[in-house]
Design a protein around this ligand. Structure first.
Ligand SMILES: Cc1cc2nc3c(=O)[nH]c(=O)nc-3n(C[C@H](O)[C@H](O)[C@H](O)COP(=O)(O)O)c2cc1C
Length: 406
């Protein structure tokens, strides 16, 4: 049973969809599934670029065998060692013992750590000087450390101008028949998942993404093949997604607007968040987003940080501390090195002073290039019919309008 697809006349997608896993990395909900991509180059010599997660190993192995038609597999290229891509490496290496394994020294070390077997005599070390000729096709290798792990390499095929970009430019979501982004409504089908993937997997490494982008910009790319989701082949699509990566990597927001994150056991802080959102909308702020932190995974909330320029944090005091879900989101933001955001804080408590407001303030005040608007607002149990939220909405809306004019 095989199910490969042509990317070009001689380059094939040989990956598969995972409809079974409910969470990626056993952490991030993936209601639309995910694809694990692997590629095959059919030339005088043959090469497989990366393998797949063990959940789709059978179809992957059948794809390789079908395309080889009994020939030898000459090369296995390792761009990324995370197990969703290296999960079938040992099976492939054992099935084709004559294949050389092209991998960085870091990847070779990880192969030893994951599999505890000696494949040493089969390794060819990747560096930026190495060139491999497969016949018509020629492979070059670009280091892209920490886009997402230290061993990550991009492979560039010079003849057909194909960039194999490891996890970069990948997305959650299965492939729906075609492997090409321009055969589907990408914006509708993938863009939120593409943002969610970047936010949760890549955002921590903005600096390293910028360095990798500098290398990518020098290449003439006709096909951009990542390890998850569709292949890009239209010039404007490649330009569009690399531009988004450039923006995200420098923590530039996509738009001047507000994501309002709230954590509210009994709905009063949620009501304050909604009243504030209504007031902001009335003042002309577009495309606002209310995010109930208690009803979704923090990994679903995080892309909304990436998207908008302003964040409102509204959460209750609990047991003299900060609501634990808001606490986890702010820790995640810190871990991901969130930068360049303007923040407003709304705390709630029923008998103590504004503990949650103070604790949120303490957490965000060291985030790089971030500004807190005013002092934390305090709600005593439920929002009162006063001008507290009106004033806060005015402060935020004025700041947005100022940014828009600048
Ligand atoms: C489990 C729990 C613990 C709380 N602990 C505190 C507290 O330590 N100090 C305090 O002033 N309020 C405390 N509160 C009250 C909340 O801060 C808040 O005022 C109240 O839940 C109303 O807001 P809400 O409708 O958004 O939940 C607690 C509420 C809950 C449900």
């Amino acid at each position: 049973m095989h199910n490969e697809q042509k990317v070009t006349d001689h380059i094939y997608w040989i990956g598969g969809n995972d409809f079974v896993s409910t969470r990626f990395e056993n952490l991030i909900p993936i209601s639309r599934g995910i694809s694990y991509n692997s590629y095959f180059i059919d030339d005088e010599k043959t090469a497989v670029l990366d393998t797949v997660d063990s959940v789709i190993r059978d179809v992957f192995m059948d794809n390789v065998s079908h395309l080889l038609h009994g020939r030898q597999l000459d090369y296995i290229v390792i761009n990324h060692m995370e197990p969703d891509h290296s999960g079938s490496l040992l099976a492939l290496a054992r099935a084709y013992p004559e294949a050389k394994i092209i991998a960085t020294p870091q990847a070779q070390k990880m192969i030893g750590q994951y599999f505890h077997v000696t494949l040493k005599d089969r390794f060819l070390s990747t560096d930026e000087k190495l060139e491999i000729s497969l016949g018509t096709h020629r492979l070059r290798f670009l280091k892209a450390p920490m886009v997402h792990w230290p061993e990550v390499t991009f492979t560039y095929e010079e003849t057909e101008k194909v960039l194999f970009s490891a996890d970069a430019f990948g997305t959650f979501g299965v492939l729906n028949g075609s492997v090409f982004a321009d055969d589907v409504d990408y914006e509708e089908e993938y863009l939120p998942s593409f943002r969610k993937y970047y936010a949760n997997i890549v955002a921590r490494y903005g600096m390293q993404v910028q360095m990798a982008l500098k290398k990518v910009e020098k290449l003439d790319i006709k096909y951009l093949c990542s390890l998850h989701g569709p292949v890009f082949r239209r010039k404007e699509d490649i330009a569009g997604i690399t531009a988004l990566y450039r923006k995200w990597a420098s923590w530039e927001p996509e738009e001047q607007s507000v994501s309002i994150f709230f954590a509210s056991p009994y709905g009063n802080t949620a009501m304050a968040a909604q009243i504030l959102a209504g007031k902001l909308a009335a003042k002309g702020v577009k495309n606002l987003k209310l995010v109930d932190l208690c009803s979704s995974s923090i990994t679903e909330a995080f892309p909304e940080v990436l998207r908008r320029s302003h964040m409102v944090l509204a959460a209750v005091t609990m047991n003299m501390g900060l609501n634990p879900v808001m606490n986890a989101v702010l820790d995640l933001c810190h871990e991901m090195d969130v930068q360049n955001r303007t923040i407003a804080i709304v705390g709630n408590s029923s008998w103590a002073p504004n503990v949650s407001g103070k604790l949120m303030m303490e957490k965000v005040q060291n985030w790089k290039k971030c500004t807190v608007l005013g002092e934390p607002v305090h709600i005593s149990s439920a929002p009162a019919d006063d001008d507290t939220l009106e004033k806060l909405a005015g402060l935020i809306a004025d700041d947005i309008m100022k940014e828009k004019k600048a």
